[in-house]
Design a protein around this ligand. Structure first.
Ligand code: HEM
Length: 331
């Protein structure tokens, strides 16, 4: 983050750096070290994010019979990813156990085990990277920004992280890091995700032939064949769910234990059931590991504090963050 010949660097915003950082790490987790041979993938995924955002925005405005138009630019992007992923897949298939070049296990090994067609495998890699990437980028950035925005929080979390080992980070149990070096960072991460998560939560097509009355308010009917979504942004700010300060960032809110993921109070990864996000455990670990690396390496001094009600910007189904200029110094 700071060039070798400089002591510090002033950033107007951290978004661009963090998005590239997350893309590189996420790609490594999915396709292994070969991701580093293709630096162009970082820009391709950045462009793909914009393409999908635009397709979603346009899709909302177009009548249903014209929505196929939005798929044209998305299909073209898939073909560009295939050119990079197909040779990697072919090389992998020719090695015993389809392992990555450095012998580590990555997600591609699991895809190759169950998908025989190389093009389908390449498209699945693109989709797996992208489907998690946007949310991961938003939530790594949001966790970091919340930590450096709250006076004194970054120093207290950085101190607490001394000796934090990945082996002590059990993301299958939201209470497991209590009393470990990860506790403070993990609690802040859950609070940040609670407030920032994707603007739309689980989405479902109304397949009922007749308008469906809402159980909570039967005077409201869900129109047939339309898509209905639950908003985590709206739900998590309700006083019935998190009390009168539900809309404020409180780093210690989950200090005594993480949220009940998938309950009606915490829907960031969807509701408990067969479709709840299968990436949720990986994501929690990835956010903690990536934010820890940044906090231990750099000191962040924002030039002003951003108020909770001014932190978020919503567009085309995604939440992004408003930032204050920040000075980054190597420790
Ligand atoms: C902070 C990061 C993430 C958030 C907030 C998030 C959120 C969500 C949500 C709300 C759903 C819909 C659940 C439903 O329909 O009930 C979902 C589904 C899904 N997510 Fe995630 N996700 C994240 C990261 C990831 C990652 C990193 C991956 C993969 C590497 C991933 C893969 C998936 C897949 C494959 C589904 C579809 C599951 C299904 O329909 O059966 N997600 N995610």
């Amino acid at each position: 983050m700071v060039p070798a010949n400089q002591e510090f660097k002033r950033y107007l915003a951290l978004t661009d750096y963090v998005e590239r950082y997350v893309t590189v790490i996420h790609l490594h987790c999915i396709i292994g070290v070969e991701a580093y041979d293709h630096p162009e993938l970082v820009q391709l995924f950045a462009t793909f994010n914009t393409t999908v955002d635009q397709a979603m925005g346009l899709g909302m405005m177009l009548p249903s019979f014209l929505r196929f138009l939005t798929g044209i630019s998305v299909s073209w992007s898939y073909s560009r990813f295939r050119k990079i992923f197909l040779p990697i897949i072919k090389r992998r298939r020719s090695t015993p156990k389809a392992q990555a070049a450095d012998g580590t296990v990555d997600f591609l090994s699991f895809i190759l085990d169950v998908v025989d067609d190389d093009e389908q495998a390449a498209d699945l890699v693109t989709l797996t990277v992208w489907i998690g990437l946007r949310n991961l980028q938003i939530n790594v950035l949001s966790t970091l920004l919340d930590i450096i925005n709250a006076p004194g929080l970054a120093s207290s979390i950085t101190e607490s992280l001394a000796g934090a080992k990945v082996a002590d980070l059990n993301t299958f149990d939201t209470h497991s890091s209590q009393g470990t070096a990860w506790s403070k960072l993990r609690a802040s991460m859950f609070e940040s995700i609670r407030l920032c998560g994707p603007i739309t939560g689980p989405a479902r097509i109304i397949s009922s032939k007749h308008p469906l009355a809402l159980a909570s308010d039967p005077s409201v009917h869900l129109p047939t064949k339309q898509v209905a979504t639950l908003s985590s942004y709206y739900t998590h700010r309700q006083a019935w769910a998190y009390g009168p300060d539900a809309a404020s960032f409180k780093a210690e809110r989950f200090a005594a234990g993480g949220p009940d993921i998938g309950s009606t109070k915490f829907i960031t990864w969807g509701l408990k059931g067969p479709h709840i996000c299968p990436g949720m455990w990986f994501t929690q670990e990835a956010i903690c590991v990536m934010v820890k690396a940044l906090l231990l390496e750099y000191e962040f001094s924002p030039e002003s504090v951003v108020a909770d009600e001014e932190k978020y910007i919503y567009h085309a189904g995604v939440v992004t963050r408003k930032e204050a200029p920040v000075v980054v110094k190597r420790r």
